[in-house]
Design a protein around this ligand. Sequence first.
Ligand code: FES
Length: 94
Amino acid sequence: MKEATVRVFRGDSNGGQTVDYRVPIAPGMVVLDALHHIQGNLAPDLAVRWNCKAGKCGSCSAEVNGRPRLTCKTRMDDLPQYRHRRFLELSCQP
Ligand code: FES
């Protein structure tokens, strides 16, 4: 199974840092699915905001590889590959 490294900026009002997570990639998977995998399996304290998962509400907005995106509509397959694995940088500012 393919894997991606998802680099998530985590922090609070005092600052933060990036943390890398290895996530298995399934066909049709979107960035929000990857975040749910991280939350459910690797970092239960990760807060993930979303509502419709249909590109309507905007709740899942985040910066993905330097660009503002809806994580529920951004397919992992559409992200660029670096070396032999997918790499995704993600940050959410409160
Ligand atoms: S969850 Fe509503 S736009 Fe993504």
